[in-house]
Design a protein around this ligand. Structure first.
Ligand SMILES: *[C@@H]1O[C@H](CO)[C@@H](O)[C@H](O)[C@H]1NC(C)=O
Ligand SMILES: *[C@@H]1O[C@H](CO)[C@@H](O)[C@H](O)[C@H]1NC(C)=O
Ligand SMILES: *[C@@H]1O[C@H](CO)[C@@H](O)[C@H](O)[C@H]1NC(C)=O
Ligand SMILES: *[C@@H]1O[C@H](CO)[C@@H](O)[C@H](O)[C@H]1NC(C)=O
Ligand SMILES: *[C@@H]1O[C@H](CO)[C@@H](O)[C@H](O)[C@H]1NC(C)=O
Ligand SMILES: *[C@@H]1O[C@H](CO)[C@@H](O)[C@H](O)[C@H]1NC(C)=O
Ligand SMILES: *[C@@H]1O[C@H](CO)[C@@H](O)[C@H](O)[C@H]1NC(C)=O
Ligand SMILES: *[C@@H]1O[C@H](CO)[C@@H](O)[C@H](O)[C@H]1NC(C)=O
Length: 607
C-alpha cells in the first residue's frame, strides 16, 4: 500500500502532463541515433516479463568531462615524486572547476529533459553539475532513450532492469558520456571466499581459542591475525599520530560492519583497539544498511572493519554503506534503486569537503559486464579523488585470470580470453592482489576455487606510469608468447601490489570464521598506506594521494617485498606466473612500512 502511494505521488509530481513544453531550437529535432550497445553478460537472461511501465528508475546522466585530459595531467603531476608539484593536491572546488560541464552542454541537456516533460526542478545535480539524477517511470525513460527495458535474471536468482541498446538525439552524443541504469550489468561482488566448515587453525578443536600471546609470537598462516600482519609488514611499532588522518572502507549489497563482532574480534586480537568497535563512523548513502544496534553484519563488512581496526588503531575509521542492493523484485512496484553503487558512492564523496586520505574497496566484477562509457565515468571519478589526495585501493579479484569454463568474450563472438576485472582495471586506482604463506606466494585455495586475480584491461590502455617504468612490457616479453591472444598486451595491467589474502580469522555472528580473498589483501595494504599518510600528516606534509606513479618510479621496488612464486591460475590454464621483479600475478609484492617511511625521509621508529 505504502509503496503504491509513494509511486503515484512521485509520478504526478515529476511528469509534466499531456503537452510537452514546446521547443523551438533546431536541436530538439535532431534525429536519434544509437549511443551505446552492450551485450548481455554471461549468466544473465532477459525474462518474458517486461518491467511495469510505472516502475521508477533512478536515472543518472553523466555529462562528458571534456577537460579530462587536463585533469589526468594534473593527477599525474601531483602524484609523481620527481615533479615540482608533487603532492600539491587540489581542493574540492578546484576539482569541481575542472569537471564542470560547459554552459552549452548543460543548456542542451536541460532542453532535452524539458522536451520530454521532465521538470528541471525535479533533477538533482552533483556539486560540479556533471551528474544529473532523476526518478522517472520506465515508460518515460524508454521514450527519452528510444529503447525498451527488460527484466534480466541472473542464474543466481537476482534480477535487474536493463537494456542492451539506447539512443540519444545526435546533438547530445558529444555532451553525455553515460546514462545509467541502461547497459551496465555490474554487480560489485565482494571479493571474498568463505570457508566456514573448516576455519583454518583447528579453531573448533580443544585448543581453541589460541591465546593472544601464541598468535603474536608466531604467525599462523592457516589463521592470519592483525598481530601477524603488523609484524610481517612492519607496522607493529607505529602508532598513528595525526588527529586528522582517516581511513575508510566501502560496503555495498547490504553488507554491514557489525560493531559487536568487531568488539569481540579486537578484544581477542587487538585488545587496546576495542574502543574502535563503537567509535568508528558509519555513513549510509542512498539508504545503505548500517549496524543500528539491532541487526546487520556481513562477511565482507566484518572482514574490512576487523582487518583495518586491527592494523590502524587509533586512526579515525569510516565505513560507507551504499544502498542499491539486489534482489530487485520486478513484481513489486517498488521505487527501485539503480544498482549502480559506484556512481552513488562517488557522487556522495565528491560532494564532501573533507575526504579520508585512504579508501579501501573490496568489490568488483568482470570488466565486460559494464559498458566502456560506464567504466570510464566511474574510473574518471576515482581520478578526481586521486587529484584531491586520496589513495584509492581496490581488490584485484578472486578468480585468477578468470573462472574456469567462463573465459569467453561477451561481444557475440564468444572468443576465448582471460577475464579482466573492474574497477581493478581502472588505471587511476591501486589494485591489490593476494598472497599466502611465508615466503609469500600468489594466493590460492582449491577448497573454494579462490585464486588472486590479475590481468590486462581491454578498456584502459597501459597508463604512462606503467609504460615509462617498462616493467609491464618487460614482463610481457618474458612470457615469450605464452597466452598470446588471451590477453590485451596494450592494456592497463594489474594488480599493482599485494598482501596476505588467505585464511584471515574473522568474527562473524559471534563465531570464528576463516576468510580468503583479495578482499582481505586490500584493507591490509590500505591500512599500511594509511599509516604512511598519517606519518606524513603528522610531519606537516600532504598525504601520498594517488599511489601508482610513486610505486612505478621506485617505491614499488624499494618498499615492497618481491613475490616470486605462484601464479594466477584460471581460465583452465596455469595463468600468469609470479617472477622476479614486477609481475602481473603479484605486482611489486607486499608492503614494507619502515622502508616507505625511510624513502619518504620520515623518521622510522622501527628501523
Ligand atoms: C586538523 O584539521 C583542522 C581543520 O582542518 C586544522 O585546523 C588543524 O590544524 C589540523 N591539525 C593538524 C595537526 O594537522
Ligand atoms: C536496523 O537495520 C536492519 C537491517 O538493515 C533493518 O532491517 C531494521 O529495520 C533496522 N532497525 C531500525 C530500528 O532501524
Ligand atoms: C550484529 O550486532 C548486533 C548488536 O549490535 C547483534 O544484535 C546482531 O545480531 C549482530 N549480528 C548480525 C548477524 O546481525
Ligand atoms: C562459447 O564457447 C564455449 C566453448 O566453445 C561453449 O561452451 C559456450 O557454450 C559458448 N557460449 C556461447 C554463449 O555461445
Ligand atoms: C619458491 O618456491 C620454491 C619451490 O617451492 C622454493 O624452494 C623457494 O624457497 C620459494 N622462494 C620464495 C622466495 O618464495
Ligand atoms: C585492447 O586494449 C585497448 C586499450 O588499451 C583497446 O583499445 C582494444 O580495443 C583492446 N582490444 C580488445 C580485443 O579488447
Ligand atoms: C621526525 O624527527 C624530527 C626531529 O627529530 C621531529 O621534529 C619530527 O616530529 C619527527 N617526525 C615524525 C613523523 O615522527
Ligand atoms: C582451473 O583449471 C586449472 C588448470 O586446468 C586447474 O589447475 C585448477 O585446479 C582449476 N580450478 C578449479 C577451481 O577447479
Amino acid at each position: 500500500m505504502y509503496v503504491l502511494e509513494a509511486v503515484l505521488a512521485a509520478l504526478s509530481f515529476q511528469v509534466v502532463a499531456a503537452t510537452p513544453v514546446s521547443l523551438h531550437s533546431e536541436h530538439a529535432r535532431s534525429p536519434y541515433s544509437v549511443k551505446e550497445t552492450h551485450f548481455v553478460p554471461r549468466g544473465w537472461t532477459a525474462s518474458d516479463q517486461p518491467p511495469h511501465p510505472n516502475q521508477l528508475l533512478d536515472i543518472k546522466i553523466g555529462l562528458k568531462n571534456k577537460k579530462f585530459a587536463d585533469l589526468e595531467r594534473h593527477l599525474y603531476e601531483v602524484s609523481l615524486p620527481t615533479h615540482h608539484r608533487y603532492r600539491q593536491h587540489f581542493s574540492k572546488e578546484e576539482v569541481d572547476d575542472l569537471v564542470r560541464p560547459d554552459e552549452e552542454a548543460s543548456a542542451l541537456i536541460n532542453e532535452f529533459l524539458q522536451d520530454h516533460g521532465v521538470s528541471v526542478k525535479s533533477c538533482k545535480y552533483s556539486s560540479a553539475r556533471d551528474w544529473i539524477t532523476i526518478s522517472l517511470p520506465v515508460s518515460q525513460v524508454e521514450k527519452m532513450l528510444n529503447t525498451k527495458y527488460s527484466v534480466y535474471k541472473h542464474e543466481d536468482g537476482t534480477s535487474m532492469i536493463r537494456t542492451t541498446e539506447w539512443s540519444l538525439p545526435q546533438h547530445l552524443h558529444e555532451h553525455i558520456s553515460t546514462i545509467q541504469p541502461t547497459t551496465a550489468f555490474l554487480r560489485a561482488s565482494p571479493q571474498i571466499q568463505t570457508v566456514l566448515e573448516s576455519p583454518g587453525v583447528d579453531l573448533n578443536e580443544d585448543d581453541y581459542p589460541p591465546t593472544t600471546t601464541e598468535l603474536i609470537s608466531t604467525c599462523n598462516w592457516e589463521g592470519v591475525t592483525p598481530a601477524c600482519l603488523r609484524l610481517l609488514y612492519g607496522t607493529d611499532s607505529y602508532t598513528p599520530q595525526s588527529p586528522n588522518s582517516s581511513i575508510a572502507f566501502t560496503n555495498y549489497l547490504g553488507q554491514v560492519a557489525n560493531r559487536s563482532d568487531a568488539a569481540q574480534f579486537l578484544s581477542m586480537f587487538r585488545p587496546d583497539a576495542v574502543s574502535t568497535a563503537s567509535a568508528f563512523e558509519q555513513i549510509s548513502i542512498a539508504g545503505g544498511a548500517i549496524d543500528n544496534g539491532t541487526a546487520g553484519a556481513g562477511y565482507e563488512g566484518n572482514l574490512d572493519i576487523q582487518t583495518i581496526a586491527g592494523q590502524t588503531f587509533p586512526m579515525n575509521l569510516i565505513s560507507y554503506s551504499t544502498g542499491g542492493s539486489p534482489p530487485f523484485q520486478p513484481d513489486l512496484l517498488t521505487p527501485t534503486n539503480t544498482n549502480e553503487p559506484y556512481l552513488d558512492w562517488l557522487e556522495y564523496v565528491s560532494n564532501q569537503e573533507d575526504v579520508p586520505q585512504t579508501i579501501s574497496t573490496s568489490y568488483g566484477d568482470d570488466e565486460q559486464t559494464v559498458p566502456l562509457s560506464y567504466a570510464q565515468s566511474v574510473c574518471e571519478g576515482f581520478a578526481q579523488l586521486g587529484l584531491r589526495g586520496v589513495s584509492v585501493l581496490f581488490s584485484s579479484g578472486d578468480f585468477g585470470v578468470g573462472s574456469n569454463g567462463t573465459c569467453f568474450s561477451n561481444d557475440g563472438k564468444n572468443t576465448s580470453m582471460f577475464l579482466p576485472a573492474f574497477p581493478a582495471s581502472c588505471p587511476y586506482i591501486t589494485a591489490v592482489g593476494g598472497t599466502r604463506n611465508y615466503p609469500e606466494e600468489v594466493a590460492y585455495d582449491f577448497r573454494n576455487g579462490y585464486v588472486s586475480g590479475s590481468g590486462f584491461s581491454n578498456y584502459f590502455a597501459q597508463p604512462a606510469y606503467q609504460k615509462d617504468s617498462g616493467v609491464v612490457d618487460k614482463y610481457i616479453d618474458s612470457l615469450d608468447g605464452e597466452f598470446d591472444g588471451m590477453y590485451n598486451k596494450s592494456g592497463r595491467a594489474y594488480p599493482d601490489v599485494s598482501a596476505q589474502g588467505y585464511r584471515y580469522i574473522v568474527i562473524y555472528g559471534g563465531a570464528v570464521v576463516s576468510l580468503d580473498g583479495t578482499s582481505a589483501s586490500c584493507p591490509t595494504v590500505a591500512s599500511t598506506i594509511s599509516l604512511v599518510n598519517d606519518a606524513l600528516m603528522a610531519d606537516g606534509q600532504a598525504p601520498l594521494g594517488f599511489l601508482n606513479p610513486w610505486l612505478y618510479t621506485g617505491a614499488g621496488e624499494k618498499a615492497f617485498t618481491d613475490v616470486v612464486n605462484g601464479s594466477s591460475i584460471g581460465c583452465d590454464s596455469a595463468g600468469f606466473h609470479a617472477a622476479e621483479g614486477w609481475d602481473v600475478a603479484s605486482g611489486f609484492g607486499t608492503p614494507q612500512f619502515p622502508v616507505m617511511l625511510d624513502i619518504l625521509g620520515l623518521n622510522s621508529s622501527s628501523s
